[in-house]
Design a protein around this ligand. Structure first.
Ligand code: HBI
Ligand code: FE
Length: 295
């Protein structure tokens, strides 16, 4: 009798999804079908139109530097030539979500795992796990930004340490990833702009995160973010705003061990709370929020 495959499940921005093998997979570019390329083209064109005036300018500039276009699914080896030269990062193909420690170890070594497959046409607007579009369109462009690239490596090093400290440290650190790398906003002279991969790869959230009166928009503060629970099944109730990528990099410089110790004693905050100590860009109306389900 073959042993039942015990596949771990991982909490992600769309709920519990199976954690796949940790194998590194060569991008099987020749196996992409015309439908795959058409799915990339549709998502790419739609998001690029939406992101004009909404995404941080370096986001689109960097996609141009990579030569990304709607024409075809980009080739990892071509992107890697640009990426290695610019910030020493490289993309590796993976099956999907990796166990956290494996993921952190890759980031700590300037390797960004990119899912090799793209969603099916019927999954255009909803997908339970990161696919090639989320990773390539959402995460990869900012890896050309030297400071953000340093932050991502520092985050990976922090994750490897946190995995050794314990589950609470990992929860604190996952929130930091969530509210910056996935759902972060940045302040610019033209106003708030998106840099989070989870937002830029989502049609609805690209608009909601900046223009809806419902969510809070609050100035980034490291421990505030690490204590704040988040949403996996709806748009975020709160978006945190950084002044610059340097602010993120500076926040990760200190040793987090005393921070984790402090946070162990401190209760977490519900995703929709606004604190008296917050620097508030917008106190949301809370319209459409679900009462339970904060992670
Ligand atoms: N694995 N491939 C992949 N991509 C991710 O973004 C990812 C992951 N595993 C864990 C994970 N993200 C999150 O738990 C992060 O908060 C660490
Ligand atoms: Fe992601």
């Amino acid at each position: 009798m073959d042993t039942p495959s015990r596949v771990e499940h991982q909490m992600t921005d769309k709920g519990y999804v199976p954690v796949y093998t940790t194998a590194v997979i060569e991008q099987p570019w020749s196996t992409y079908t015309e439908t795959d390329h058409a799915t990339w083209a549709t998502l790419f064109q739609r998001q690029r139109e939406l992101l004009v005036g909404r995404a941080a300018k370096e986001f689109v500039e960097n996609q141009e530097r990579f030569g990304m276009s709607a024409d075809r699914i980009p080739r990892f080896d071509e992107l890697n030539r640009v990426l290695r030269q610019a910030t020493g990062w490289e993309l590796i193909g993976v099956e999907g979500l990796l166990p956290e420690l494996t993921f952190f170890e890759h980031l700590a070594n300037r390797r960004f795992p990119v899912t090799w497959w793209i969603r099916r046409p019927e999954q255009l607007d909803y997908l339970a796990e990161p696919d090639l579009f989320h990773d390539l369109f959402g995460h990869v462009p900012l890896l050309l930004n030297p400071v953000f690239a340093d932050y991502m490596q520092a985050y990976g090093c922090g994750g490897v340490k946190a995995a050794g400290i314990g589950p609470e440290a990992l929860v604190n650190l996952t929130r930091l990833y969530w509210y910056t790398v996935e759902f972060g906003l940045i302040r610019t002279s033209e106003g708030l702009r998106i840099y989070g991969a989870g937002i830029v790869s989502s049609k609805g959230e690209s608009i909601y995160s900046l223009e809806s009166p419902a969510p809070n928009r609050i100035g980034f503060d490291l421990e505030r973010v690490m204590r704040t629970r988040y949403r996996i099944d709806t748009y975020q109730k709160t978006y945190f705003v950084i002044d610059s990528y340097e602010q993120l990099m500076d926040a990760t410089r200190p040793d987090f061990t005393p921070i984790y110790a402090r946070l162990r004693e401190a209760p977490s905050f519900p995703a929709g709370d606004v604190l008296a100590t917050d620097s508030v860009f917008q106190r949301g109306t809370g319209e459409g929020w679900l009462a339970d389900g904060d992670v």
